[in-house]
Design a protein around this ligand. Structure first.
Ligand SMILES: CC(C)(COP(=O)(O)OP(=O)(O)OC[C@H]1O[C@@H](n2cnc3c(N)ncnc32)[C@H](O)[C@@H]1OP(=O)(O)O)[C@@H](O)C(=O)NCCC(=O)NCCS
Length: 150
């Protein structure tokens, strides 16, 4: 089991290493700093044996939570680290009224799509050519807040 806790500035070195090995267009350190400083954002890391092995960032615009970033160190994947991070995000976001959650994911990212679907996300649209590195489409996914789906 991982420890899930708020991201700190001191985590950024490990977070950026994971980010750079996970995405063709990784976020910069400044983008992480902006999110950490933002009241409307939740930035979490997963720690195993004192090491940061995954992280996620969600931010609220109006009444919707946007899942902006989620990655797990390659050597720690398929151990439910992302699942634990997402469960904690839903727990924290669910404390105040909102409409739901949205995210974009590469159409080819079958593993991530399967994981989001297991949490109740559904595909609601497509952004054609959304990813500038290869022109790939993004699926737009949506999940109702617990209040809305009750
Ligand atoms: C997507 C990612 C965050 C998943 O992290 P993870 O900790 O390995 O995910 P979990 O162990 O919590 O997976 C939970 C379930 O999701 C599904 N899943 C996750 N990764 C999968 C994969 N590569 N292939 C197929 N199913 C996958 C499975 O159903 C899995 O359950 P199972 O292992 O019992 O079959 C990780 O692969 C990653 O960092 N990828 C690169 C960055 C990325 O694509 N981020 C998402 C951007 S939208």
């Amino acid at each position: 089991m991982a420890i899930i806790r708020p991201m700190r500035l001191a985590d950024l070195k490990e977070v950026i290493q994971i980010e750079e090995s996970s995405f063709p267009r990784p976020w910069s350190a400044n983008t992480f700093l902006t999110q950490i400083a933002k009241d409307a954002s939740i930035c979490l890391v997963a720690e195993v044996d004192g090491r940061v092995v995954g992280y996620t960032i969600a931010t609220q615009y109006v009444e919707v939570w946007h899942l902006l970033d989620l990655a797990v160190n390659k050597g720690y994947r398929r151990r439910y680290i992302a699942t634990e991070l997402l469960e904690q995000i839903f727990e924290l976001c669910g404390q105040a009224k909102h409409r739901g959650y949205t995210l974009e994911v590469r159409k080819s990212n079958r593993g991530a799509i399967k994981m989001y679907e297991s949490f109740g996300f559904i595909c609601t649209g497509l952004r054609k050519g959304y990813y500038s590195d290869n022109g790939e489409d993004a699926l737009i996914m949506w999940k109702d807040s617990e209040d809305m789906s009750a």
